[in-house]
Design a protein around this ligand. Structure first.
Ligand code: FES
Length: 105
């Protein structure tokens, strides 16, 4: 596992999606309206779209390309055409900074 700093927590607005490119892969930092942070792979599992360009409603992200939707907490598919769940990554808040634990291959 490598721990990657993603953002300063206070700088991330509620109900927002942010792409962060790491050495391993592009990830999407999600902040839901209740203030919690989640981390998912940025690329849609259907085709090549960046979920950080999509739409967040509650804990569901909708892909901007063909409108698949996914639960940002579990990564599970909640709307077709995608069928493969997203990878999710544990998030830690330390001293006001947001970190994700990314599995190194
Ligand atoms: S690329 Fe995301 S739904 Fe098709």
């Amino acid at each position: 596992l490598s721990k990657v700093r993603l953002a300063t927590a206070a700088d991330v607005p509620l109900d927002s999606l942010h792409r962060v490119d790491t050495d391993e892969l592009a990830i999407c930092l999600v902040r839901t309206g209740d203030g919690n942070f989640y981390c998912i792979q940025d690329q849609c599992t259907h085709e090549n779209a960046s979920l950080s360009d999509g739409y967040l409603t509650g804990t569901e992200v909708e892909c901007p390309l063909h409108s698949s939707s996914f639960d940002v907490i579990t990564g599970s598919v909640s709307g077709l055409p995608a069928q493969i769940p997203l990878r999710t990554f544990p998030v830690d808040i330390e001293d006001g900074d947001v970190f994700a634990e990314i599995e190194t291959s």
